[in-house]
Design a protein around this ligand. Sequence first.
Ligand SMILES: Cc1cc2nc3c(=O)[nH]c(=O)nc-3n(C[C@H](O)[C@H](O)[C@H](O)COP(=O)(O)OP(=O)(O)OC[C@H]3O[C@@H](n4cnc5c(N)ncnc54)[C@H](O)[C@@H]3O)c2cc1C
Length: 361
Amino acid sequence: MTYDYTIIGGGIVGLSTAWQLQQRYPDKKILLIEKEAGYAQHQTGHNSGVIHAGVYYAPGSLKAQFCKAGVAATIDFCEKHDIDYEQCGKLLVATDEQEYQRMYRQVCEKMAEEFIALGGETALAHQVTGLIESQEEITVFANHHGKDVKFATKFLIACAGLAADRVAKMLTIDIDFQIIPYRGEYYRLPPKHNQIVNHLIYPIPNPDLPFLGVHLTRMIDGSVTVGPNAVQGFKREGYGKYNFSFKDTLDMITFGGFWKASFKHLRAGLSETKNSWYKPGYLKRVQKYCPQLTLADLQPYPAGIRAQAVLANGDLVHDFLFAESPRSLHVCNAPSPAATSAIPIGNYICDKVGEKTGEVS
Ligand SMILES: Cc1cc2nc3c(=O)[nH]c(=O)nc-3n(C[C@H](O)[C@H](O)[C@H](O)COP(=O)(O)OP(=O)(O)OC[C@H]3O[C@@H](n4cnc5c(N)ncnc54)[C@H](O)[C@@H]3O)c2cc1C
């Protein structure tokens, strides 16, 4: 079986792309491959669940453009498919001179449903292990419950999040970045504090490290979470505090860009690490917004892991980053708020694919 298009990754970016590609090309055979048994198991299912308004992204960046279009598109999608959301507003708070300045899983299930209803196919629990590109097609090798399987596709789109660099390397694409995992740790406040905020409360971001800054989020179930921070992860998909992968750590410490980035942001990194291990430090940050909170109010909540593309020169990539080969397109960095922006991102990817393949929808 040769597919016309194959998408790797059942996170929100891959699903949005597959769904929109099938709408554009109803007669094409399209396959989405995901290594987990369900959708949205990684970044998409471990985020703050906020539809961002796009207030503070660099003007003109893809991030800003996608976010602006994404808010309206996401709200529209939720309304059309009866998915709960709440427009509670966001309050940006400057707490010191320097600063002065999980609904997404449901969205993913619905996008997958729509994609399949249009004729698309999905292969869950298929981990892509190798790719070979020839002039005519790409052969995709995958592992399904210990069994080797292979597919052929005329064009491949990789939306592999934390594995974006590894998938690009399978096609020997010359990339100058590596994905570095940063853990984002949250706490949940006890129900007695459900009314503590009526809005989302966010810090004014540092343009060099826009993902830094613990915030308060009113969740759709009425509870309130605080976080995330940003600390070094030692396992790309390890959500527990003590998770460690020898391979992931070795890849990281043998990449010069990791050390350059770590030294560049040493102060912020040390401070985040201290507050990760020293709960009163974390609490102090939260108390800037809600002074009445105490240590007992910080209750456990699952962490997330950001796939941060870091360049060989140590720069953190803050905008979207793509790589390509003649028969493939790779989303190498899909930074927050990519969940909010997933519909316009999928649309943009479909345009890029159309340009590359010469297909007119
Ligand atoms: C802590 C945190 C908080 C965030 N908060 C927000 C927020 O409030 N609002 C917002 O809009 N955005 C937020 N974001 C950003 C947003 O969640 C991500 O940008 C978005 O989910 C990225 O989606 P994705 O599809 O690119 O990646 P992912 O969701 O990570 O999906 C990639 C998929 O590829 C699969 N895959 C990888 N390798 C292979 C392989 N070899 N074979 C098959 N499948 C493979 C993985 O299993 C995974 O399912 C946050 C992110 C984090 C980490």
